[in-house]
Design a binder for this molecule. Sequence first.
Ligand SMILES: Nc1ncnc2c1ncn2[C@@H]1O[C@H](COP(=O)(O)OP(=O)(O)OP(=O)(O)O)[C@@H](O)[C@H]1O
Ligand SMILES: [Mg+2]
Length: 266
Amino acid sequence: MAGGEAEMMQSKVSLRGVKKIYRGAAGEVTALNGVDLEIKNNEFICVVGPSGCGKSTLLNILAGLDRQTEGEVFVDGRPVDGPSGERGVVFQQYALFPWLTVRQNIAFGLHNKKMPKREIDELVEKYVRMVALEEFLDSYPKELSGGMKQRVALARAYAMNPSLLLMDEPFGALDAQTRAQLQADLLELWEEENKTCFFITHDVEEAVLLAQRVVIMSARPGRISRIVDVDIPYPRTQKTRLNARFTELKNDIWATVYDEYLEDRK
Ligand SMILES: Nc1ncnc2c1ncn2[C@@H]1O[C@H](COP(=O)(O)OP(=O)(O)OP(=O)(O)O)[C@@H](O)[C@H]1O
Ligand SMILES: [Mg+2]
């Protein structure tokens, strides 16, 4: 086996020379250009960068919902060629089925797994408790607030037990307390089960709290400008925010993201 192949097999995710060009009303937009990234199994990666730098584009490509124009994308050593239950996706905008109740939304993917009904009910109840919506199991999405809908989307992704979680600003629309709780739940889930997380956020502090490595992207065309190792041990809690190293990393990453933002406005 060639060295490159051996390396690829160790990675959960491999992105090599990924380029994405959109052709739309505004002409051609190069959303990504030359993105290379290796993510190890069980790694927690956060991605930050200015608006429009291609974060969601990258996530959609990893999810198999969109295709790169050039380059290679591997998950578990296999080229991504469409969506898979092994990859759980939480979108920037909650994407629920409006005609299904909370229970039915969370259970949706589990039915495709041909699971016995009792097992499905148990999983739905476990994860609806995690997002504190057990009273709303029979409600429809239109009866829920934006934050509640996003919590249903989280429960739906977690219930599928995917080995790779692809999350696009999942906590962006939530109040600070709910957000803190869901950050803690996600860290616990990640530490207990063998999951790899690819988590996009606008919030540098959230990135430092969650990630082992923070990937900073630059705009136009989107590429990786810098990767920062977060050398703060787990378990991390809200108290980790008080740690001097936390503040140092946060300020350092924030400064780079702001530079990228200014560069984009030139
Ligand atoms: N379907 C599409 N058709 C044409 N252009 C698109 C499409 N989707 C995204 N783009 C363009 O690609 C670029 C990257 O968009 P993307 O949504 O990936 O950015 P982002 O980093 O997720 O931004 P935000 O932080 O605002 O969510 C933008 O310039 C956007 O206009
Ligand atoms: Mg986005």
